[in-house]
Design a protein around this ligand. Structure first.
Ligand SMILES: Cc1cc2ncn([C@H]3O[C@H](COP(=O)(O)O)[C@@H](O)[C@H]3O)c2cc1C
Ligand SMILES: O=C(O)c1cccnc1
Length: 347
């Protein structure tokens, strides 16, 4: 974990901005081939609905006319938040490290979900010994720590992976997500906060107050509208790592499945810089955390599933992988009208 050493050669924010100015686009040739083949397969046009859109999306971002979902990776980033000390979660901050141990010994939900799809599950620990600063009193991180965490996240997008599922573990990260969303897209604590792990009533009112305190503290910075600066000020290490992973996946032609509220909020930093920066990402589900629905609207994403889940850990991203596998299987494996001797549509 020397990604956090001040001497490491992580790109600066300026270098990240340069990468963002020159993002690769979709492979239009692969996309055109998919669209053409869809018309030849033995089904009425459009009858596979969103599966057809997914096949096209996979091909466009993998840069291959035959989309492949054989080597999914699940990357879960764990981080510690200073704001957790303000009592914004139903659980104490030490649960983050305890859950990392649980991931490593196979006892968490994500272990079962990853096993059920034969995915390569990796846990990426940020600096769990040193929580970020409490962002109601100052910036959560400086630029170096943020950029180092982004660089660490970039390592998850290794060549050979077909699809990258992203998720997080970090007590208080629905507070971080809500604050970051309000900073990026406007609104107040009440607009973006929800129960997270289960805070209700007075505890939820306190969570909202904490978010509003943070928004008031960083008012001048928020007015500058610099998404990377906001990621540093009111984000967290695992948020920066997820943003880095999304960016590296784009460069490496790996489509991405985003998980719930915290994960989508992290990726939304890139959307706030360039509204096409998440075109290679799909949001796996609509989290039961209410802020997620608002966020999905802000970034123009239609989630794949709506299962009432609110766990994090990349759980819903893992759950959505079979939909991508099904889309690729139909597209690649179905017979054409000519091959099967099936009559095509009446003239
Ligand atoms: C045992 C346990 C396992 C989890 N796995 C994911 N989260 C989820 O809950 C946390 C966010 O909610 P909040 O903002 O309310 O703290 C994150 O760690 C998230 O990944 C968990 C939370 C707990 C308690
Ligand atoms: O949607 C999420 O990411 C989420 C919701 C509640 C708790 N932790 C994560």
């Amino acid at each position: 974990m020397n990604a956090h050493s001040p001497n490491s050669a992580a790109p600066s924010f300026d270098e990240m901005r340069k990468i963002l100015r020159d993002l690769p686009g979709p492979d239009q040739e692969a996309q055109t081939k998919v669209v053409q083949r869809q018309t030849e397969l033995t089904k009425p046009p459009g009858s596979l609905g969103r599966l057809e859109e997914i096949a096209e999306w996979l091909a466009a971002w993998q840069g291959r006319a035959s989309p492949r979902v054989e080597r999914p990776r699940i990357a879960v980033f764990a981080g510690m938040h200073g704001v957790a000390a303000r009592g914004v979660s139903a659980y104490p901050p030490e649960v983050t490290g305890q859950m990392v141990k649980n991931f490593l010994s196979g006892g968490a939900a994500i272990n079962q979900l990853a096993g059920s799809i034969d995915a390569d599950l990796r846990i990426y620990e940020l600096d769990l010994e040193h929580p970020t600063e409490d962002f109601t009193k100052g910036p959560a991180m400086n630029e170096t720590r943020t950029a180092n965490a982004m660089a660490y996240g970039m390592m998850a997008a290794e060549p050979g992976i077909d699809v990258l599922c992203l998720g997080e573990m970090g007590i208080a990260n629905t507070t971080t997500a809500a604050t970051l969303c309000a900073a990026l897209f406007g609104g107040t604590g009440a607009d973006w906060a929800g129960p997270g792990t289960g805070v209700q009533g007075k505890a939820l009112a306190h969570k909202i107050t904490v978010i509003d305190e943070a928004l008031a503290h960083h008012r001048a910075l928020i007015a500058e509208r610099d998404p990377l600066a906001l990621l540093a000020a009111v984000g967290g290490e695992e948020f920066a790592a997820i943003a880095g992973a999304v960016l590296a996946a784009r460069m490496g032609r790996i489509p991405v499945l985003l998980d719930g509220y915290a994960c989508t909020a992290a990726a939304a930093v890139l959307h706030a810089i360039d509204r096409h920066a998440l075109d290679h990402c799909l949001v796996a589900h609509r989290s039961a955390e209410p802020g997620h629905t608002r966020l999905l609207e802000a970034i123009g994403q239609r989630p794949l599933l709506d299962f009432g889940m609110r766990l994090g850990e990349a759980s819903a991203a893992a759950l959505a992988v079979p939909l991508l596998k099904a889309a690729a299987a139909c597209h690649n494996g179905m017979a054409t009208f000519a091959q099967a001797g099936v009559s095509s549509k009446n003239a």
